[in-house]
Design a binder for this molecule. Structure first.
Ligand SMILES: [Mg+2]
Length: 297
C-alpha cells in the first residue's frame, strides 16, 4: 500500500464534501408546483393602496403626527379670538365671539374603513351602496391613530367636536354608535351633521359640505378642520385637477395650522378627476385614462 489510512480517509471526506454541495435536482417534494397548478390571483387596481393604508406603519405615524401637531397648537388657536378655519365663502356670520369648535370628517379621517376596502379587493368588486351600508351597520370601524386623543382633548377644553359626514342618512344611528364605541366624544345638538342635514337658505349641491359649514359658521368659531378629501375643507367649482388646485391655493398658509389633511390613496375625488368623473366607463377604460394622466417627466 502506497497510501496511508489518513490519506484515504481524507480522499473519502473530500468526495463526500463534493457530494454535499452537488447542484443536482432537489428532492421531488421540494419542487414548486407547475405554473398551471398555481391558482390565479386576479389583479386589483386598489390592492397596494389598501395594503398600505391598512398595514404600513407609516400610515399610522402620519395620522399620529397630524393629530399630535394639531393638539399642540389647539390652545393657542382657542386663545386667539380672530382665529377661524372656515373658508371665506362658508363664513356667513362673523366668527368673533362665537363658541369654539373643531370640525372633522368621519371616514378615513377618524374612522378606518380599510376592512371594507379589503373585502372589495378580495371579491373583485367595486364600491356599492348596499355592501357599504352593511359594513357601516357592523359598527366595527376602528379609530384612526391619534384621533380619539385629539377629540377628547378638545372636548375637555370646552371645544365643540363636530363631525360632518357624507354617509347616507339611513346610516346616522350606526355611525354615531360606531363613533361612541371607538371612544370618540359625541355630544351636543350639532355634534353630527350628516348628508341629509337641512340648512335653511342654502341649496345642497350633491355631497358638497359647504352648506353644512355655513350652518356651523352661524354658531361657531372653527379652530381647525380635518379631512382626507379637499371637499372636507373647501368646495371646488368642478372636480378637475385644475379646479381642485385652484380651490386649495388661497389656503396654503393654513395647512398644518388650521387645516389638517390626511392621506387616502384608496378612494376619493382625486381618482375620478383623472378619468373625467365617468364612473360608467368600463374599468379598463378608467384604468387607461388614469395611466394617461400620469406625469412622465
Ligand atoms: Mg373621508
Amino acid at each position: 500500500m502506497s497510501r496511508s489510512l489518513p490519506a484515504l480517509l481524507g480522499a473519502f471526506l473530500l468526495l463526500a464534501g463534493c457530494a454535499s454541495v452537488s447542484h443536482g435536482p432537489a428532492a421531488p417534494t421540494a419542487l414548486p408546483p407547475p405554473a398551471a397548478q398555481v391558482p390565479a390571483v386576479p389583479a386589483d387596481d386598489n390592492l397596494n393602496a389598501v395594503a398600505w393604508a391598512q398595514t404600513a406603519i407609516e400610515h399610522d405615524l402620519i395620522y399620529l403626527e397630524t393629530y399630535r401637531s394639531a393638539q399642540a397648537q389647539l390652545l393657542a388657536a382657542l386663545r386667539d379670538p380672530a382665529w377661524d378655519a372656515l373658508p371665506a365663502a362658508d363664513r356667513v356670520a362673523p366668527a368673533r365671539g362665537l363658541k369654539p369648535a373643531v370640525v372633522l370628517d368621519i371616514d378615513e379621517t377618524v374612522l378606518d374603513n380599510s376592512p371594507y376596502q379589503a373585502r372589495l379587493v378580495r371579491s373583485g368588486g367595486e364600491y356599492n351602496e348596499a355592501d357599504w351600508a352593511a359594513w357601516c351597520k357592523e359598527e366595527r370601524a376602528r379609530a384612526l391613530p391619534g384621533a380619539v386623543a385629539f377629540t377628547q382633548f378638545a372636548a375637555s377644553h370646552g371645544i365643540a367636536v363636530i363631525y360632518i359626514s357624507n354617509r347616507d342618512q339611513s346610516l346616522d344611528q350606526a355611525t354615531l354608535a360606531n363613533l361612541r364605541k371607538a371612544g370618540f366624544p359625541v355630544s351636543g345638538p350639532d355634534a353630527f351633521l350628516g348628508l341629509g342635514t337641512f340648512v335653511p337658505g342654502c341649496e345642497q349641491d350633491g355631497t358638497e359640505k359647504s352648506c353644512r359649514r355655513q350652518l356651523i359658521s352661524r354658531k361657531y368659531r372653527v379652530l381647525m378642520q380635518f379631512g382626507d378629501q379637499l371637499g372636507d375643507f373647501v368646495s371646488a367649482v368642478a372636480n378637475t385637477d385644475a379646479a381642485r388646485a385652484e380651490a386649495a391655493a388661497p389656503y396654503m398658509e393654513w395647512i398644518g395650522r388650521r387645516w389638517f389633511v390626511l392621506p387616502n390613496p384608496t378612494y376619493g375625488a382625486w381618482q375620478p378627476a383623472l378619468f373625467g368623473n365617468d364612473w360608467r366607463a368600463p374599468r379598463e377604460e378608467r384604468r387607461r385614462r388614469t395611466i394617461d394622466a400620469l406625469r412622465y417627466q
